[in-house]
Every structure is written in C-alpha cells, then in structure tokens.
Design a protein. Structure first.
Length: 245
C-alpha cells in the first residue's frame, strides 16, 4: 500500500481516561509516518492512551494499518510496542431500524442486510455466509436453535432475485459451539457498490420456551486467506426476538 500523506492519518494521545486528546504531528520519514514527543515517566505506572483515525480506505482485500511506539532516553531504548488494525474492505449493514420482527410460527419474519464494497475495484471470489444461533437462559449455552427432538426449530428461505427458495439448514464446522448454517455462496460486488441479502424465517417449535434470544449472523470471507481471523472481512448480526407462541 502506498504511504498515505500525513493529513490522511490522525494520531492522538491523552494521559488517563478523561484527559483532553492532543494530536501528534506526523512527517514522512524512512518509509513511514513518524512523530515524537517528550514526556516524563515518574516512578510507578503512567497511563497514556492512544487512538488512530485513518481518513483513507484500503486498496485491496487484506491490508493492515500498523502503529508502533518506542520509548527512548538519549540513545537507549527502554521499551516498544506495536498495534495493528485491519482496514475493512466491506461493510455489513442491517436493513431497517431495531432488531426486526419477532420470529413466530404464524407467519414469515423477514431479515435483510447489505454488503457494501469499500474498495476502488470489484470484489470477486468471496464467500457470503449466514448463520443462526440461539442463547439459553442467562445468556449461556449458545448453539443451534433446535427443538426438543433435536431437529431445527425453524425453517428458512432466501430471496435469490427471482423468488423465495428454501434453505437446507446445516451445521457450521470448526466452530464451538456449533451454529445453524443457512447460506454459503460465492459473492460478486462491483466497485464501490453493494449487494442486498434477504432472508425469512418461521418457527416450527416454541423456541421461546427453550431460548432467551437468537442471533442471525452474517460474514464475508475471503477463501484464499487460510487464517480464519484474516479471512473474515466483516461480520454483522441481527438479534432475533421470539414470539411466545
């Protein structure tokens, strides 16, 4: 990634949690943007808070913004640390306001998200996933939204542009606890464009008797990146409320 201008990155610091933020002046030097300040370090611990605000976006899928700090006195180094933040190439945004309709057995409840491409070029070869999980009493035991017989307590459909089609409910692999996988498909999103995903659910068992709440999660993955943490380009979730029926 080409080095951005000093005006494209804002680095600020403050002492303690409530002190005023002060901006650190930056200048290009040695292939990076650098700034320095003088500080006193008394005996004991001194908390200094930092924040960084990039005013630019990534130009490719997997790019990170790295901030390093070094403490020196004269020519002697006393310590250093590095902070790294991925630059998101996509945004997953929920449609509408609030958590959406309650999930019931009397009618379909529809949920939708938009995936927005933040890159100057198209996004190809990505994978979009949707999954549903439920949480038991006290916010514990997250897992599939199954009924008493161990079968999924709901049915799901996906709008593919021409109409609603049923979704086969599977189980996510390599995730503990397991969740119900609803959709896993290849995605293409044009440069600076977006794609809308629509789902609708209907309960087939009284989920409110078994669970406190549910979550419909969405994530965009780059299968070429083997490290799952790096492969997840963005993640979003909608809280699912259950009808008492």
């Amino acid at each position: 990634m080409a080095l951005p201008g000093a005006s494209a990155v804002k680095v600020e610091y403050r002492d303690g949690e409530k002190g005023p933020w002060k901006r650190l002046a930056l200048a290009a030097k040695g292939g990076s943007l650098r700034g320095a300040l003088v500080m006193d370090v008394p005996v004991g611990t001194r908390q200094r808070w930092w924040r960084i605000t990039p005013a630019f976006g990534p130009s490719d899928v997997a790019q990170n913004l790295e901030l390093s700090g070094v403490l020196r006195k004269g020519g002697k180094k006393f310590g250093e640390s590095t902070w790294e933040q991925p630059l998101r190439p996509v945004d997953i945004l929920a449609d509408g306001k609030g958590d959406g309709p309650q999930l019931s057995s009397s009618a379909w409840s529809e949920y939708a998200v938009r995936v927005r491409n933040l890159l100057p070029g198209p996004l190809d070869g990505l994978k979009f996933e949707a999954e549903l999980s439920c949480t038991g009493a006290g916010g514990e035991n997250e897992g599939p939204c199954d009924g008493t017989d161990g079968e999924p307590g709901f049915v799901a459909q996906y709008f593919d542009g021409g109409g609603w089609r049923p979704l086969e409910i599977g189980e996510t692999s390599g995730v503990t606890p397991a969740k119900s996988l609803l959709l896993q498909e290849a995605a293409h999103i044009p440069a600076k464009g977006e794609k809308r995903y629509r789902f609708r659910l209907k309960a087939t068992s009284p989920l409110a008797k078994h669970f406190d709440s549910g979550a419909l999660g969405f994530r965009m993955l780059d299968p070429k990146l083997k490290n799952l943490q790096d492969a997840v380009l963005d993640y979003g979730a909608l809280r699912i409320r259950f009808d008492a029926s």
